[in-house]
Every structure is written in structure tokens, then in C-alpha cells.
Design a protein around this ligand. Structure first.
Ligand code: THU
Length: 143
């Protein structure tokens, strides 16, 4: 993806990260999901005293989009780090989020894992979730 577009998406993810609700882990994540129609849906992680209801930033962004009728996506940018710290590792989406995204995008989604607007790597959902299970697997004779 073009550098300028990647940077814009990362900037949106960094903004969303500011709203992360993380009283338990203090690990703040922001995601920005680019729809094929050009719209950007952002999300942050939202934790819970019951721990398991916690929603990751990626799924927050995805569910916001789908709940507004948008289901086709080309890229997602993700930024995460402990509050007030810069991480040495990029934040890669958890297995649940990979599966949730795969439902709508299959392997082609561009995934930008960013430490900052200028320090990022680009991969695809197919690389992060090889042989992913999706809607086609439920068909008798998929194309
Ligand atoms: N988290 C995300 O929001 N996205 C990821 O890609 C990895 C993990 C959140 C979940 C939890 O609130 C915190 O980061 C620590 O796991």
C-alpha cells in the first residue's frame, strides 16, 4: 500500500488508541480499518472487570463497520503499547481477531503493524492466518 495512505491509516489508529479502556492490562491498542468505499472505521480495546468480555481494538473497528452496513475492507492498521511506553514489538492481531476479520476479507486484507507513523511493517491476513476457515468452507461446491 502507498506510504501516504499507510501513514494516514496509522494516524487514525493512534488517535483511536487514546480512547482505549484498559484499567487492567494498561496495554492500549488502536486500529483503523479501511473500507473499500474509502471510509475508515476506528476502534480501541475495551476491557472488563470480568476479563473475558474484553474486546480488542480490531474487533471494535470491524463491528462498528459491519453494524453500519459496511462489509468490504482493503486494509487495517494496528498500534499497541503499554500506557506511556513505546514498544519494541509490533502488536499483531490475536487469533480471535484474525478469524473475525477473515470472515469478511479472506486472505487479501493488508495488515499494517505499526510502532509509529514511520516505523511499520506490512503483511496480509493470509500470512497471519494461513488456510483460514471462512464462509466458503461451509459451501458444498465452493468456486
Ligand atoms: N489487544 C488488542 O486490542 N488487540 C491486539 O491485537 C492484541 C491485544 C488488547 C486486549 C487487551 O485489552 C490488551 O490488549 C492486552 O491483551
Amino acid at each position: 500500500m502507498e506510504q501516504q495512505q499507510a501513514r494516514e491509516l496509522i494516524r487514525a489508529a493512534l488517535k483511536a488508541r487514546m480512547f482505549a479502556y484498559t484499567p487492567y492490562s494498561h496495554f492500549k491498542v488502536g486500529a483503523a480499518l479501511l473500507a473499500k468505499n474509502g471510509q475508515v472505521f476506528t476502534g480501541c480495546n475495551i476491557e472488563n472487570a470480568g476479563y473475558t468480555p474484553t474486546n480488542c481494538a480490531e474487533r471494535t473497528a470491524l463491528f462498528k463497520a459491519v453494524s453500519e452496513g459496511v462489509t468490504e475492507f482493503s486494509a487495517i492498521a494496528i498500534v499497541g503499547s503499554l500506557e506511556g511506553k513505546t514498544n519494541t514489538l509490533v502488536t499483531s492481531p490475536c487469533g480471535v481477531c484474525r478469524q473475525a476479520l477473515f470472515e469478511f476479507t479472506g486472505p487479501d486484507l493488508t495488515v499494517i503493524l505499526a510502532k509509529s507513523e514511520t516505523d511499520y511493517m506490512e503483511t496480509t491476513l493470509g500470512e497471519l492466518l494461513p488456510y483460514g476457515f471462512g464462509p466458503k468452507n461451509l459451501e458444498i461446491n465452493p468456486e
